[in-house]
Design a protein around this ligand. Structure first.
Ligand SMILES: Nc1ncnc2c1ncn2[C@@H]1O[C@H](COP(=O)(O)OP(=O)(O)O)[C@@H](O)[C@H]1O
Ligand SMILES: [Mg+2]
Length: 239
């Protein structure tokens, strides 16, 4: 990281950490100070906000750690066979908890092979993509997660309805700290690091990521190597 990047990084991180921390502090203090005056309904609401904001902090810290680790070329990835369905379903239910107006439709193609990936990193990729889809998607809209595969790769498409990304910005959004300036992104929090991390992790695992945005729909497609026998056999032959 050069000095400018480092400064950007620190100021973005501080801002991103301060917002959830402020609300966690505020709601806990209010509850402590006025415990007897607050009804159960409100207490529950406050605790829900505290939980959501804590989750946001956890994701954030995970992303921060990734950024520093991505600098080292030999990030330790533990590649194993990963069954994508349970990871996708769990991630969707976590994001759904934080963005309850969104609907999730998951369609995993029958007989999808496992992928060869680092399970935690794969989950981080899915979390960042689904969080974007929820964050930038229209209110009360549906997010579709669909998969298909061929002999080599498994493809995962995450689609949301909402403001489009212009073709001229397709590359830019995958770079460090880049956010598109529009009324929507000004309204929602972000560090501009999510897609940069996703792209790095995906490519380190031998995959690709691309975006297509038209007719008020945005699809991010991640492909990762299928862990199938034919592939392993072919790789053995070429060694
Ligand atoms: N699903 C999406 N729909 C519209 N714009 C998106 C979507 N996902 C990402 N973007 C745009 O790409 C930018 C970079 O995304 P990301 O790297 O995840 O950073 P962040 O979400 O922290 O802003 C966002 O600020 C937003 O402008
Ligand atoms: Mg993001």
């Amino acid at each position: 990281m050069n000095d400018k990047d480092y400064e950007d990084f620190i100021s973005t991180v501080s801002h991103e950490l301060r917002t959830p921390l402020t609300s966690i502090k505020g709601f806990s203090e209010t509850m402590l100070a006025s415990w007897d005056k607050i009804d159960d309904e409100s207490k529950k609401k406050f605790l829900k906000i505290i939980t959501e904001q804590s989750n946001r902090l956890i994701n954030l810290v995970e992303n921060m750690l990734s950024i520093t680790k991505l600098q080292n070329t030999n990030t330790n990835l533990i590649l194993k066979e990963v069954n994508i369905k349970p990871v996708i379903e769990m991630t969707a239910s976590i994001i759904k908890n934080q963005y309850s107006d969104k609907n999730f439709v998951i369609e995993i193609q029958a007989s999808t092979p496992p992928i060869l990936a680092d399970k935690d990193k794969f989950q981080q990729i899915m979390t960042n993509l689904m969080e974007n889809a929820a964050k930038y998607g229209d209110l009360n809209s549906t997010i579709y997660i669909k998969t298909h595969f061929n002999v080599d790769m498994v493809f995962i498409d995450v689609t949301n309805h909402g403001i489009e990304i212009k073709e001229e910005d397709y590359e830019k959004i995958f770079t460090k700290f880049s956010r598109i300036d529009n009324p929507l992104t000004r309204k929602v929090q972000g560090s501009g690091l999510g897609l940069f991390i996703i792209k790095n992790l995906t490519e380190k695992m031998g995959g690709k990521i691309s975006v297509k945005s038209e007719n008020n729909m945005t699809t991010f497609e991640v492909s990762l190597p299928a862990a199938n026998i034919e592939r392993q056999a072919r790789e053995k032959c070429s060694q």
